[in-house]
Design a protein around this ligand. Sequence first.
Ligand code: AMP
Ligand code: ZN
Length: 456
Amino acid sequence: MVTITLHNSMTRRKETFAPINPDNVRMYLCGPTVYDRAHIGNARNVIMFDVLFRLLKHVYGDTHVTYVRNFTDVDDKINARAAQTGRSIGEITAETTQWFLDDMGALGNQLPTHMPRATQYIDQMIAMISDLIAKNHAYAAQGHVLFAVDSYDRYGRLSGRNIDDMIAGARVEVAPYKRNPMDFVLWKPSQDHEPGWDSPWGRGRPGWHIECSAMSRDLLGAHFDIHGGGNDLMFPHHENEIAQSCCADPNAGFANVWLHNEMLQVEGKKMSKSLGNFFTVRDLLDQGYAGEVIRFVFLSTHYGKPMDWTDAKARDAEKTLRKWRALTDGVAPSDIPPAVISTLGDDLNTSGVIALLHQYANAGDAPTLKAAASLIGLLGDDMGHWTAPTHDLSTYETALLKARETAMQTKDFAQVDQLKSLFQSAGLEVRMSKTGVELIPGVGFDIAALPDADTL
Ligand code: AMP
Ligand code: ZN
């Protein structure tokens, strides 16, 4: 059996991964709040978990891995967006959910096994909250239900924080219904214009953290293998999930391994919506970066390191992928070499896998290159469209065709030759047959190197 090691944020060590049940390896990733396009930082752990999903399926079998990623479709940011735009919440969440799926699909990510939406799990959340109250880990006050952090003595273990320090550092005004300033909301009352559900505590809606505890328990069980998200979620979100789940199911243990990715940065600062220094995955796709190129850039840096997005990286990635695609076009893959599996198994060393891909490419070993790349979701047929012409070259083809017709009569082929060399130096292959003319973009094709079509 292949050895997989993962850096567990809970123990702060790289550990050998041992699934609870090798016939059903279970993982959960905290997904997006659906009110806006995903920015490219949001793609980082989606790609990371996609690679993990592929690796685990390769090692344990395609049908032996369950991957859950949720959609948070009840949240005050969504309500605010609806109020700003005058659109309904349902319309906004449905549209944004589909955008997310389209954008992440364009980056070559497979669909998780389950993609629960929070609003589908309100009953399970209410049941879990009631259970926490019954077990004296939560209390109702003024239409709210709060989790009592001092009822859980391991609170702060994941993030390494101490409750007293947290209280001392808290600058926020403490709500009067809280017994302890660190207590967090499980349920809160809704005004008439806000989304709400009937509950034992009146009409209201869940706090954010409880949804992941309820959905993971329902779909993966109270004890499962891997849980993850960006390291910005470690506190308070994951800390609170642990408190809720471990108090609801005290003998279960919740997630064995916690994986956290470092942030994508712009000039040394976290890319985030609140800082306004973000661009979306769709922006990049619209600018002409292929999804596969974006994916390659992400995989070039280990998930545990901060990473900057730069155009230079994307241009390099594009050049490499064009070469690799030309080399592997129509080639049947070999088996995935063990070195690739063990490299990826070493805490998802994706940049190490890319170094191996360069070796196979340099050796001209196309079958191995193609097989190895598939493990990290590159060079697949599903993502290859971008190397096909994305620009309409028909005006250029017509110009060359016309020049040839004229030349047939005048017997002067100077203009035909001139056009051909112009196209070739822009990176196009020129195919001329009796029936027509075809221009095919080759490695290094650059549309900007062509003159405007109407100047021909
Ligand atoms: P949010 O939309 O802020 O709820 O975040 C959704 C997911 O994206 C969470 O797992 C975050 O940790 C992750 N995330 C947010 N910003 C970044 C970033 N700049 N780099 C990497 N991951 C991020
Ligand atoms: Zn979560």
